[in-house]
Ligand binder design. Structure first.
Ligand SMILES: Cc1cc2nc3c(=O)[nH]c(=O)nc-3n(C[C@H](O)[C@H](O)[C@H](O)COP(=O)(O)OP(=O)(O)OC[C@H]3O[C@@H](n4cnc5c(N)ncnc54)[C@H](O)[C@@H]3O)c2cc1C
Length: 459
């Protein structure tokens, strides 16, 4: 950016616009390992008009703009890798309306997901998407990344809850898409295009979300197994019962050891090869009990060492704190790591977990797996540990190539929820055809003719 452009933007936005070195430094990172990029300026948008005016100015002046929610992304989406202005939506953080009769909520993009949960639950309503980062990520970031979470097994992901959006195109035009509607087939599905677009097509400034009645009862089980294979088989057997648990999370023993050491707290279960955390919910205690007894039987019949029921809210909290702290615990152990987020059809989860176990035995990097196995999405983490730089780079590349080959052979794909961003874009040809990638480019051109919005991501 030129001095003149900086002056003009200061003139337009006053103190919402900053080029202070400490501000630029603060916005040069997200939660992606070992990747940084400094913006040349930061705009703290406080209303739709701020984002619209910035985008128009930057399109006219060919300045890159990188939108940002709360910077918890792990694929580098919010990093301004081509400089320009970082547009943070964090100050647009109001819940505008909880519409109980329509079961909808209207929010600004900077609302923290966990705060949205609490606000709607106080009205007896339920917003299911629950990324493990929910205490720190924004609803706007969730929409734009298509975030999932443990409850996706039963309730789907953010994609399933967005009937309305306000979007600013890079040209500064404001679109009001959809609304508080349960059905809508009017025109192209532009809302669908915005979801998981990783901030490359438009900036979201208002979101309407669909809500459900709050389940009245929820029971959580922790189930240790001797082996990976037993866990994988059990997941398939649970699916066959016709019961849909709200959550089926998987964690291997090494992951549990790492997170227990990090939290300095142990779950009261025997050491085992791998664990399932299963949550069942519903509107009445009897049906939930029937379901969890049946699921418990299936686990025992498939080799579970025992089935622990988290009876107290304290125990439930410890269980989910353990699960939610896994990312941080791994990062604490090995600041340099690769977080993969592969997804396969649910019925292939057994093959995926077995394949990951085989890859691990041939690997010099430590491979630790956990995640939302109930919906086919497993986080496979590669930890550098004490490997030297050269060895880490070659081993990481080799292991990633093996992992992606495995996933593709099972009909899966690269990312279930973390997105492509900068870190996975080189692998896109593995899972997309040339014709598809050409179409992406033409779509990008239609939304963003000057190519200023979050350049260098996905394609
Ligand atoms: C500990 C931890 C646990 C996690 N667990 C999960 C999980 O369980 N499930 C899951 O899906 N993800 C998870 N994530 C990843 C991350 O939290 C999600 O991707 C989240 O949706 C990002 O939200 P954010 O507000 O931090 O967005 P940011 O990181 O700030 O931005 C993410 C992307 O969205 C764009 N963007 C943000 N806001 C807007 C907007 N209003 N308009 C246009 N573009 C925008 C940015 O340009 C960027 O490309 C986890 C991350 C961490 C660190």
């Amino acid at each position: 950016m030129t001095k003149r452009q900086v002056n003009e933007l200061e003139e337009l936005f006053g103190e919402k616009f900053s080029v202070l070195p400490e501000t630029l430094d603060r916005y040069s990172r997200d939660e992606t390992s070992n990747l940084e990029a400094k913006p040349e300026a930061v705009l703290f948008a406080e209303e739709t008009d701020d984002a619209a005016r910035l985008l128009k100015y930057c399109t006219d002046n060919k300045i890159p703009v990188t939108p940002r929610g709360m910077g918890t992304g792990v694929s580098g989406g919010a990093l301004p890798i081509e400089g320009g202005v970082l547009l943070t939506l964090e100050r647009m953080n109001k819940i505008l309306e909880i519409d109980v009769p329509n079961r909808m909520v209207v929010v600004q993009p900077g609302v923290i997901t966990g705060e949205l949960h609490k606000a709607v639950e106080a009205e007896g309503l339920f917003y299911p998407p629950d990324p493990a980062s929910l205490e720190s990520c924004s609803v706007g970031g969730n929409v734009i990344e298509g975030a999932g979470g443990p409850r996706a097994v039963k309730y789907g992901t953010t994609r399933d809850y967005v009937p309305g959006l306000e979007v600013i195109l890079p040209t500064g035009d404001v679109l009001r898409l959809g609304g508080k509607l349960r059905k809508n087939v009017t025109g192209y599905n532009l809302i669908g295009m915005m979801i998981a677009s990783e901030g490359t097509l438009g900036v979201v400034t208002e979101i309407t979300l669909r809500l459900l009645p709050l389940p009245k009862v929820r029971t959580d089980l922790l189930v240790p197994f001797k082996s990976f294979e037993q866990v994988a088989r059990t997941i398939n057997e649970i699916h066959k019962t016709g019961i849909i648990p709200a959550v089926i999370e998987f964690m291997e023993q090494r992951a549990l050891e790492i997170v227990e050491a990090y939290l300095d707290s142990k779950l009261p279960v025997p050491g085992a090869g791998a664990y399932l955390m299963i949550g069942l919910d519903g509107q009445d205690a009897e049906s939930v009990q029937r379901d969890y007894e049946k699921v418990g039987e299936v686990c025992l019949a498939n080799g579970a060492v025992d089935v622990f029921v988290a009876e107290t809210s304290n125990m439930k909290q410890r269980l989910w704190k353990t699960r939610r702290s896994l990312h941080d615990a791994l990062h604490d152990l090995s600041p340099q790591m690769e977080r993969e987020d592969v997804v396969v059809p649910v019925a292939r989860i057994e093959d995926l977990l077995k394949g990951v176990d085989e890859i691990r035995t041939r690997s010099e990097v430590e491979v630790v797996a956990f995640g939302h196995a109930g919906d086919g999405n497993v986080h496979v983490n590669l930890l550098r540990g004490k490997l030297d730089e050269e060895r880490w780079n070659t081993e990481r590349e080799r292991v990633l190539a093996e992992l992606f080959d495995l996933v593709v052979s099972l009909g899966g794909t690269l990312s279930g929820e973390h997105g492509i961003g900068v870190v996975k874009k080189e692998f896109m040809p593995l899972v997309t055809s040339e014709a598809e990638r050409k179409l992406y480019k033409r779509l990008k051109q239609a939304f963003d003719p000057a190519g200023i919005l979050n350049p260098g991501k996905i394609i």
